[in-house]
Ligand binder design. Structure first.
Ligand code: SF4
Length: 448
């Protein structure tokens, strides 16, 4: 069995039956949003599901009967059933009639449902194909959520086998995505993290169909997605965007404060010849000119990227081009990896591999430059007042993030005397110091 076929099997499918009121629907939405982001597929019927979640209603007797019947049907047709929702507040009643359910969790306890799914149908975290940060299946706090807008990818990057594993780009229609975003915001989400393999290509597979949402017409494309999500009044953060000309329109929305002035663009390299060997999308674009234009249009833009160092055939001159590119691009947040051959990737054959000790040495040189730039860019913001989103507390210190920090992959802001700042809410702070990656801050004093 080769790696591709092993990986192909890793696509656990969850069926979902949602009964009850709009509140229960929001819980269902949150559970589905999170499962989708973790790589689960939502199964359309019992037969194709590996496990079924039944979100019940226990409001009146007829609703209880309907819920118990739905659990029975799921058990009969599938066998692996997790029960949640209002009727879950009375587990005895469910277990008396259906002792074989795997787990009963109560209303609005969506974390417990996800725990039960993880336990009985493990997500088999795969760092190579997963879009959520690699902290395994740790749950996203309630105040931010990953919003997956499409599956698969139409590109053919030579180091990547995701299109073989996940198939061609398959976008969700814009009204479906916007409704999901809206429900999440209603449920208390303060930050939406848009993810996909190629966010700038969103809708291309469907030919950008139009749909109505909240009385306006939107095309299923990146710009309208940003426009729609930007109207929800929360932070909207864009991940996995490529530097195509049509991204310029989204930069305008960033300059207007509609979506976060933050772009996560996996540039991967700065040498045109390496990018060509990588077969990267937009490899022929003049990315430095584009970055400069974006920064002119939106000076507060924060750019995050990842790079591959020591790609097959990378010469010292090409590596130096990458360093020069980075010096000019002045990216705020940078991660880098040494090239490592993925079984089945065409890059393994494009050129001789770079020796591991040279890869190591180049990675260290690259990260030194990246770190220096990051530190200098953070230092420029010290003294400024900024809005942050509070993620948690460590003693009297609140841990938060600025517009330029995605959860779990970027830096944090440590707010002294921040114990009273509520988790999941925005706060105004003054940035007082910075190191290579993180800020220190104090709450902005109330003038009254
Ligand atoms: S854009 Fe390239 S690296 Fe990203 S999923 Fe598609 S083929 Fe893979």
């Amino acid at each position: 069995m080769n790696l591709k076929s092993t990986r192909k099997k890793r696509n656990p499918k969850v069926g979902f039956v949602s009964l009850g009121c709009p509140k229960a629907l929001v819980d269902s939405e949150r559970i589905l949003t999170r499962l989708r982001a973790e790589g689960y597929t939502v199964a359309p019927d019992y037969d194709s599901a590996d496990l079924v979640v039944v979100n019940t209603c226990g409001f009146i007797d007829s609703a209880i009967d309907e819920s118990l019947d739905a659990i029975g049907e799921a058990l009969e047709h599938n066998g692996k059933v997790v029960v949640t929702g209002c009727l879950g507040a009375n587990p005895q009643r469910i277990l008396e009639r259906h002792p074989k359910v795997l787990k009963v969790t109560g209303p609005h306890a969506y974390e417990d449902v996800l725990d039960a799914v993880h336990e009985h149908l493990p997500p088999k975290h795969d760092p190579f194909v997963d879009l959520v940060p690699p902290q395994g299946v740790r749950l996203t706090p309630r105040h931010y959520a990953y919003l997956k807008i499409s599956e698969g990818c139409n590109n053919t990057c030579s180091f990547c086998i995701i299109p073989d594993l996940r198939g061609k780009l398959a976008s969700r229609r814009i009204d479906e995505v916007l409704r999901e975003g809206e429900r999440l915001v209603r449920a208390g989400v303060r930050e939406l993290l848009v993810i996909s393999q190629d966010t700038s290509a969103y809708g291309a597979d469907l030919r950008y169909p139009r749909a109505e949402w909240n009385g306006s017409s939107y095309e299923t494309r990146f710009l309208d997605l940003a426009r729609g999500l930007g109207s929800l009044g929360v932070w909207v953060r864009m991940h996995y965007v490529y530097p195509y000309p049509h991204v310029d329109g989204v930069i305008e929305l960033m300059a207007d404060g509609r979506v976060l002035p933050y772009l996560d663009i996996p540039f991967q390299h700065g040498s045109p010849t390496v990018l060509k060997r990588m077969k990267r999308p937009a490899h022929a674009e003049n990315t430095l000119a584009r970055i400069a234009a974006w920064r002119r249009a939106c000076p507060q833009l924060v750019l995050r990227s990842t790079f591959i160092v020591g790609f097959p055939g990378e010469t010292e001159a090409e590596f130096q081009q990458l360093i020069d590119w980075l010096e000019e691009a002045q990216l705020d947040r940078v991660g880098a990896f040494k090239y490592s051959p993925v079984e089945g990737a065409r890059a393994n054959e494009v050129a001789p591999h770079v020796a591991p000790e040279i890869q190591e040495e180049r990675l260290a040189r690259f990260m030194q430059v990246a770190q220096r730039i990051s530190a200098a860019r953070l230092a420029q913001r010290v003294g400024q007042e900024e809005t942050v989103l509070v993620d948690g507390h460590e003693g009297n210190v609140a841990i938060a993030r600025t517009r330029g920090d995605a959860p779990e992959i970027d830096g944090v802001v440590r707010i002294k005397r921040g114990a009273s700042l509520p988790v999941g809410e925005f706060a105004r702070v003054t940035l007082t110091a910075a190191d290579d990656y993180d800020f220190e801050a104090v709450p902005k004093e109330n003038p009254s």
